[in-house]
Write a protein that binds this ligand. Structure first.
Ligand code: GCU
Length: 668
């Protein structure tokens, strides 16, 4: 990688033959098509050094079509005016057809044309597109969203890449060029929705939906619009009180509902295409309908009624649990919460409400089962929420390639089919993910964490992609052509298994330092109100979530419930999530559970060290700045991995008094 800032738009030394690529003909006119043409020109020049004629903002009208050149337009238009018989695609889809000298990028609509341009540039850069090729793509699901957890003081909740791109000192403040570059990165991997402020809506952020900030939000929306990205705002449920000065935010109180309607009118006067509101209610201290004895459907439907006349949606998060739990009470299980709260409400939400469900029942742990709500919300529009920012997966200090985790999530079988097949084909209408970008020069703190942003977009577009394919694409775009890309790809693919081993094998999660969530603290949350326990004692560890325990397994359809409930069929990578097991329990490899815990922590640490060695082999073969910054992160990662290995192994050694069979060093 030569320029970290450029991400997957690196300048290549050798480009394609320019015949047919350096002249642009356009079909009909529209703002998105104009933008697609601009992006084509910009990409060809930047990545391949090929200037495209005509050089100005305009493109050759198709009436001038003659010799070689690229044709750009929408499928319906080109079929009608050129008799091309291009196959119609779904919304936002495109066709690329490259007749020698006359490549064509045709979108189903303006947005699809823009996506076709980015795909064309990407495939060209990967050396995967040649004259004679033809391909067609349509995104699996309509909603592909990123949620920023940015605060208006400029900080970012769970942000590991510098300050906010959007806010500073209590107001909206940004660098225009930087925002356009960000919008390009997002659009180039198919992201079409973006919420800009933290779901914990505090202080001045409550006023984002007032005259005070709306003109500035509108300015930001203007920058994202040409890239086909529509904004959402996170709102606070009690705003009728804190902002509106009312005495109540009760969703069934007419004055509160009317306040939201008035506010929505105002918001949509300023930003007519705002996608909607995102809300975290009744969770971790945030206000919500429970405060008034009302249901989540009451709360969501009230907001939905306010947004409905404007075509807006309400994205209502299902991360709702009682964050004041008592470790003494073993009957409460936080993992049950989302399903217990929302399954009974299936079918009672307005048609412009989408529930946003975290992919696992807990909170973005290194490994969790997929939430039983997926496949169970047959009558409610919903989204799956992932986390790109590495809260529990290494803070963008440790390398952890998350598409490896997400691909497992996509493959998970629900009663209605695997998640990847439900996306876009059922009431599961898309993905949302907490973003990992900030003002750092390389966007993501750890340069290789750019791969997580890239990978998220690619998966949201095509959930059938495997981790290996995504890693290969990203590495080729950023480090190719040549062997360095292969090394980077293999590093990415090694990273999640290594991280899981030294951090949280067998679903043994939440042994993190409370609050910051980096580094080990085996009992950090053990007696806390957050409800995340493993209850290790001298004989056993883990939570019994079968019907004999908390009953969480019963939330799954019968076949899955039975599979998880039996330790002999439960996937071993989740066995301690579902079961309480004695340390001498025999795992499939014939060794005890305890020995497996020791082994994985030693192995994970060794694997992290081997990753550092692999990286040092790249010295001199990739840009020095990138090499040095990643090297520094690997060095810190190794410290972290050693700490995890030693703290967790010592913890279990002290509990059990049983040492490592292989005689490796475990501290007293
Ligand atoms: C986690 C995270 C919080 C965040 C919350 C959420 O608990 O630690 O910072 O606010 O998730 O998803 O709302």
């Amino acid at each position: 990688m030569v320029a970290e800032y450029d991400c997957w738009f690196q300048r290549r030394d050798a480009g394609p033959d320019r015949v047919g690529l350096d002249r642009l003909y356009r079909g009909e006119e529209s703002p998105l098509l104009d933008h697609a043409a601009l992006e084509y020109r910009r990409g060809m020049e930047k990545c391949f050094g090929i200037p495209v004629r005509p050089p100005a903002l305009t493109v050759e009208p198709s009436a001038a079509e003659g010799g070689p050149g690229l044709r750009l337009g929408t499928i319906p238009y080109l079929n009608k005016t050129r008799g091309l018989a291009l196959t119609e695609q779904g919304p936002e889809g495109f066709v690329i057809r490259w007749e020698p000298g006359r490549p064509l990028i045709a979108g189903q609509d303006g947005q699809g044309t823009l996506y076709g341009v980015y795909r064309f540039l990407s495939l060209l850069a990967q050396g995967k597109l040649r004259p004679g090729d033809e391909l067609a793509e349509t995104p699996a699901a309509p909603l592909r969203m990123i949620n920023h957890w940015d605060n208006m003081d400029g900080s970012v909740e769970r942000g590991y890449a510098g300050l906010s791109l959007f806010f500073k000192d209590g107001r909206i403040s940004y660098d225009r060029g930087r925002i356009e570059d960000y919008a390009r990165l997002l659009a180039s991997v198919g992201i079409n929705r973006l919420s800009i402020n933290n779901v914990n809506v505090r202080g001045p952020a409550r006023e984002l939906i007032t005259e005070k900030h709306l003109p500035d939000v509108a300015g930001l929306a203007d920058l994202f619009r040409p890239f086909g990205i529509r904004l959402l705002l996170s709102v606070n449920f009690s705003s009728p009180i804190s902002v509106g000065g009312l005495g109540t935010a009760d969703p069934l109180d007419r004055t509160a509902a009317a306040w939201w309607e008035k506010q929505a009118d105002l918001v949509y006067r300023c930003i007519p295409d705002l996608a909607g509101f995102l809300i975290k209610a009744d969770s971790e201290g945030e206000a919500g309908p429970f405060r008034y004895g009302r249901s989540h459907a009451d709360g969501a439907n009230m907001l939905a009624a306010a947004l409905k006349p404007h075509g807006g949606i309400v994205v209502w998060r299902c991360f709702v649990y009682n964050s004041a739990q008592d470790w003494r009470d073993q009957s409460i299980d936080r993992a049950r919460a989302a399903y217990d709260h929302f399954k009974p409400l299936d079918g009672s939400f307005a048609d412009n409400v989408l529930l946003q469900v975290k992919h696992g029942p807990y909170d973005f742990q290194v490994r969790e089962p997929v939430s039983p709500l997926f496949g169970a919300l047959g009558k409610t529009r919903h989204l799956m929420e992932l986390q790109i920012t590495q809260e529990y997966t290494g803070h963008q200090i440790d390398l952890c390639f998350l598409p490896s985790m997400w691909a497992d999530v996509m493959d998970f079988d629900t009663p209605a089919g695997p998640v990847k097949k439900l996306l876009g084909a059922s009431s599961l209408e898309g993905l949302a993910a907490v973003g990992n970008v900030g003002l750092d020069g390389n966007w993501t703190g750890h340069t290789l964490a750019q791969a997580n942003l890239y990978g998220y977009g690619r998966l949201a577009w095509n959930p059938g992609l495997g981790a290996e394919e995504i890693a290969g694409e990203w590495a080729a775009l950023c480090f190719g052509p040549g062997d360095a890309a292969e090394t980077v790809k293999s590093l990415l693919l090694k990273s999640y298994p290594a991280y899981e081993k030294y951090n949280a094998p067998f679903g043994l999660c939440f042994m993190v330092n409370p609050g910051i969530h980096y580094g080990p603290s085996p009992e950090g949350y053990e007696f806390s109100r957050w409800g995340t326990y493993h209850r290790a004692d001298r004989e056993a560890v883990g939570i019994d979530r079968t019907s004999a325990g908390t009953g969480y397994t019963e939330q799954y359809a019968p076949a899955k419930a039975a599979l998880f409930a039996d330790p002999s069929t439960c996937p071993e990578n989740l066995i301690l999530f579902f079961h309480r097991l004695r340390y001498d329990y025999r795992m499939k490899n014939g060794q005890t559970l305890l020995q497996n815990i020791y082994d994985t922590h030693f192995e994970g640490c060794d694997e992290a060290e081997a990753m550092l060695t692999l990286w040092t082999g790249l010295k001199g073969r990739i840009g020095g700045e990138c090499y040095d910054s990643v090297l520094a992160r690997f060095e810190r990662q190794i410290e972290n991995a050693r700490q995890w290995r030693d703290v967790v192994n010592t913890y279990f050694w002290r509990k059990t008094g049983v040492g490592d069979l292989k005689g490796r060093k475990i501290y007293d």
